[in-house]
Design a protein around this ligand. Sequence first.
Ligand code: AKG
Length: 294
Amino acid sequence: MKSTNREKLERQGYCIVRSLFDQSMIEKIGQWCDKALENVSENHRILFKAQGCRIDISDYPDFSEIIGHEALAALFDELDLGGHVFNSGSIISKPPSNPSLYWHQDWWGWDEPLSYTDRIPQVNMMIYLAPTSPDNGCLRVIPGSHRQKHPIHEIPVAYGSLSRVENPDHPLYQSWEGEAAIAVQPGDVVVKDARLLHSAYANTSNQDRTLLSLNFNPNFSALPAGMQARIKSIFMRAWEFDGASVPNDLLMSRWSDQQREKIEHLFPACADGVPPLNFNFSPDLDLLNGAGHF
Ligand SMILES: O=C(O)CCC(=O)C(=O)O
């Protein structure tokens, strides 16, 4: 029988799992994030103004403890998302007076027919380190948009210019009918289907709003070979998107034994020589109509 959280994940495209981590774990994650945040340059803040900043955790081996945490493993079991691999993770931190994030979805595999089915190709585990609300830039989502068309899908996403917030009046920064604010407490985990339309409100508070975001692919061995190859190339940071090469090349596969051993079972492994599936972040709207429509 499906768990209630699994049912919500399928229907809404997300679920909220309350109090998965205790205060001491959240404090530990907070310390690792603070250390990484010290290295963020002014230029990075300019390029990622809409996010606040976005740091690849491959450069910070401390995070092995959370990626391989037994509470997350148990959650994958409860959600029937086992056989998962890890592909990437980031720290996304919105400083005080930071504008809203643009609406987008994270999935890149829209050339593959299974992206238009109930099969969940990627989940994003989101761990916020402080209580969130619309005032400090909490997540907002369009429930159901992982499977159903929404007018936001019609608006092209120019990632570079939207990340730099060149035009704050752009419709992708605004509120849309049907949006739901996802307010959480530290220790809660938001599980999000990567295909779900989401963004975040502006942070109008005087505190940072920090999130650890981890991307996993359930039942990896059953995914098409090209998709597996792309997932592995993301994990290996061997990809280039929007003309921007990856800035740093510390790979999780080269973390020290002590760190690597906690997560090695989650590394994507697949046959060499298969061309990775093309990156396509734009769903075919004729195919994206799922079980209903807006
Ligand atoms: O900042 C947030 O709350 C969400 C960020 C996010 O999901 C993204 O940048 O894709």
